[in-house]
Design a protein around this ligand. Structure first.
Ligand code: COA
Length: 328
C-alpha cells in the first residue's frame, strides 16, 4: 500500500502539420481509400517534416503538459520517455528533451516497449511518485514512426503516423487518486511478428539497405489476433483488480491500433462504445504516442472530469502489453 498518490497534473500533445491521406498513399502503393478505411478506420496520418523529430515533438508536448500543470521545467524531478524511434541510438531521447527544456541535472531516460511504451513509462513514473521519491515526473510517448516505415510496403505504410503526448505525474496525499493500478507484460517469443532489424544483430550495411531491411516488418494478421485477445484480457484484468463495473468506468483509452480491433474487443466485452475514445481516423497508429495524444485530446475537449475513472490499454512489438487505471 502506497502512502502517496500520483495524479495527472497536466497533459500535452504535439502533431506534425503535414497530412498523409489515404488518397496520397494510393498514389504510392497499390491500395485505396475504401480498403484502408474499412480495414483500419484510418483516413489520414501526420508525418514529421525534415527537422521535426521525436525529440522536437516530445519537447512541444512536454511544454504543453507543464503549462497545463502550472509548472516550469525546473520543477521536474525525472523524465521518462517511451519511444521506439529515438533521436539517435544514444544518447536517450529523454536526455535531448531535458536539455531542450533547459535542464542539466535532471535524470532522464527512455523506456522501449514499442506501442505499449507510454504505459510502461507511466508505470515507472508512477512508482517513483507513489513511493515518495519524486514529486513531479514527466512521462512521454513520442514517435516519428514514418522514419522506420517502408513506403513501398502496403501492408505497413498505411498504418502509422507521427506524434507525441506527455503527462506530468504529481505527488498527492491520497493514494486512491491518480494512477491506481497497472500491469505490464512481455513475451519475446512473438518478436518475429513485428520488428525493425537494424542493431547489434543486423548492423547497418549497404546490403541491408539494398534489401530494405532498415524498415519495420509486420505480420499484420498475426498481430491482429494477438491484439484482440490481449485487449479483452487487459480490460477485464483492470476491472477485476480495481473492483470496477462498466458503470464505474468513465472512459477507456486504447492504443489506436485499428478501429476493427477496438470494435471487436469492445463488442466481445459488451462495453458501451461511447465510453471508448478513438481518434485513429486522424492520426493512424502513433505507437507509444497514441494513448497520451488521445488522453490530451479528451482532456482538452472537456470529456474528462474530476473523479472520472479511466482505463488505458496498449499492446505492441516485443510482444508487449499493458494496462493502467487512473482516477482523475
Ligand atoms: N491495400 C489493399 N490491399 C491490401 C493492403 C492494402 N494496404 N494490405 C494488404 N492487402 C491485401 C492483402 O495482400 C490480402 O490480399 P490476398 O487476400 O490476396 O492475400 C488482403 O488484402 C487481406 O490481407 P490481410 O492481411 O488478411 O488483411 P487484414 O484484414 O488482416 O488487415 C491489417 C490488414 C494490417 C490492416 C490488419 O491485419 C491489422 O491492423 N493488423 C495489426 C496491425 C499492426 O501490427 N499494428 C501494429 C501493432 S500495435
Amino acid at each position: 500500500m502506497s502512502t502517496f498518490g500520483a495524479i495527472i497534473a497536466g497533459t500535452g500533445s504535439a502533431l506534425p502539420s503535414k497530412r498523409l491521406t489515404n488518397d496520397d498513399l494510393a498514389k504510392m502503393v497499390d491500395t485505396n481509400d475504401e480498403w484502408i478505411t474499412q480495414r483500419t478506420g484510418i483516413k489520414e496520418r501526420r508525418i514529421a517534416a525534415e527537422g521535426e523529430t521525436t525529440g522536437t515533438l516530445g519537447l512541444e508536448a512536454a511544454k504543453k503538459a507543464l503549462a497545463a500543470a502550472s509548472l516550469s521545467p525546473k520543477d521536474l524531478d525525472l523524465i521518462v520517455c517511451g519511444t521506439i524511434t529515438p533521436e539517435m541510438t544514444f544518447p536517450s531521447t529523454g536526455c535531448f528533451i531535458a536539455r531542450d527544456l533547459g535542464l542539466n541535472d535532471t535524470p532522464a531516460f527512455d523506456v522501449q516497449a514499442a506501442c505499449s511504451g507510454f504505459l510502461f513509462a507511466l508505470d515507472v513514473g508512477a512508482q517513483y511518485v507513489r513511493s515518495g521519491r519524486h514529486r513531479n515526473v514527466l512521462v512521454l510517448g513520442t514517435e516519428t514512426i514514418s522514419r522506420l516505415t517502408d513506403y513501398t510496403d502496403r501492408g505497413s505504410c498505411i498504418l502509422f503516423g507521427d506524434g507525441a503526448g506527455a503527462v506530468v505525474l504529481q505527488r498527492c496525499d491520497d493514494p486512491d487518486r491518480g494512477w491506481i493500478y497497472g500491469s505490464l507484460h512481455a513475451d519475446g517469443n512473438g518478436s518475429h511478428m513485428l520488428y525493425c532489424p537494424p542493431g547489434s544483430r543486423h548492423p547497418i550495411s549497404k546490403e541491408m539497405i539494398e534489401k530494405r531491411q532498415q524498415y519495420m516488418k509486420i505480420n499484420g494478421r498475426e498481430v491482429y489476433k494477438f491484439a484482440v485477445t490481449r485487449f479483452e484480457e487487459l480490460i477485464t484484468d483492470a476491472m477485476v483488480k480495481c473492483n470496477l463495473t462498466a458503470d464505474k468506468v468513465s472512459m477507456i483509452i486504447p492504443h489506436q491500433v485499428n478501429q476493427r480491433i477496438i470494435d471487436s474487443a469492445i463488442t466481445k466485452l459488451g462495453f458501451p462504445m461511447e465510453k471508448v475514445f478513438v481518434n485513429i481516423e486522424k492520426y493512424g497508429n502513433t505507437s507509444s504516442a497514441s494513448v497520451p495524444i488521445a488522453l490530451d485530446e479528451a482532456m482538452r475537449a472537456g470529456r474528462i472530469k474530476h473523479g472520472d475513472v479511466l482505463i488505458f490499454v496498449a499492446f505492441g512489438a516485443g510482444l508487449t502489453w499493458a494496462n493502467a487505471v487512473v482516477r482523475i
